[in-house]
Design a protein around this ligand. Structure first.
Ligand code: APR
Length: 259
């Protein structure tokens, strides 16, 4: 058994131990979760924020000040997202959730706006930062979950004359209050948390693992790189989500059935 395999086994055993009397597994995912599906991350060498400045394209001021530029940026992401398929890590999460004993539950909280967890079959996913595939009107209650990609105009305008926007949380905007309340509850109540592919830089999502740690949960980080969470997580598994998650969840499944 190689050292990485050993680390995966140890993390799975610790999680199963924490879940020995049943309980909740909360999985918190960020942009790195979708990297191997072809969607770039935001930070890091190949991150989106190396090409674009967030303040130019992803703030309310940018959207209303230069809607064509903001839409150019978002439509580029919308095209990548609609072309993307869930990878083995997304699928392993959905499969595990469907095969757990009734006393153990798994819930996913994501910062991603791509719906790949749902495409893989996960249900009740909490979206902290919205859904880029949904478009809403800034003036009336129009919304479309499957708005054409690419958008028919740049920027697209509603039949009411209002500016349309992707239903994502822009920098400086509040998060959907129900989503953040539910995410906080899932962090407080879980016995084990897996944190996948987030640089742990953006609040309030970055606080969720610390809420879980404070509540006594076993916290496992899956990320090829170091993050501010790494020194505090019980286990840090260095690798990509598409390879590490399936091994971790398979090992967890075995460990849970042995308990
Ligand atoms: N598997 C797992 N993790 C990966 C992979 C991979 N294949 N590739 C990269 N990563 C990790 C990186 O090491 C980094 O820690 O994913 C993380 C991506 O970090 P960010 O780009 O900062 O993404 P995220 O934390 O989700 O950003 C939060 O910031 O710009 C906003 O709204 C945007 O939702 C986003 C938020």
């Amino acid at each position: 058994m190689s050292i990485p395999d050993l680390a995966v086994q140890q993390a799975a055993l610790a999680m199963a131990e924490a879940l020995s009397e049943g309980g909740l597994i909360t999985v918190s995912t960020g942009a790195g979760m979708s990297r191997e599906s072809g969607i770039p991350t935001f930070r890091g060498a190949e991150g989106v924020w190396r090409t674009f400045r967030a303040e130019d394209v992803a703030t309310p001021q940018a959207l209303y000040g230069d809607p064509a530029l903001a839409w150019q940026f978002h439509d580029h992401l919308r095209q990548l997202v609609t072309a993307a398929k869930p990878h083995a890590g997304h699928c392993a999460l959905a499969q595990l959730a469907g095969s757990l004993s009734p006393s153990v539950r798994l819930r996913i909280v994501t910062q991603n706006v791509d719906r790949l967890h749902e495409d893989a079959g996960s249900r009740d996913v909490i979206h902290l930062h919205g859904d880029i595939r949904r478009v809403v009107c800034t003036a009336c209650d129009f919304q479309d979950d499957a708005y054409p990609v690419p958008a028919p105009a740049c920027p697209p305008i509603c039949t009411c004359g209002g500016l349309l926007r992707p239903d994502v949380v822009l920098f400086g905007e509040p998060l959907p209050s129900e989503a953040i309340a539910e995410a906080w509850r899932l962090a407080q109540e879980c016995s084990a948390m897996i944190v996948v592919g987030t640089s742990a830089n953006v609040q309030p999502a970055a606080s969720l693992p610390f809420v879980a740690l404070e509540s006594g949960a076993t916290v496992v980080e899956v990320n090829p790189g170091e993050t501010p969470l790494s020194p505090y997580a019980h286990y840090t598994l260095r690798g990509g989500a598409a390879t590490v998650l399936p091994s971790l969840l398979e090992a967890l499944c075995h460990a849970l059935s042995a308990h």
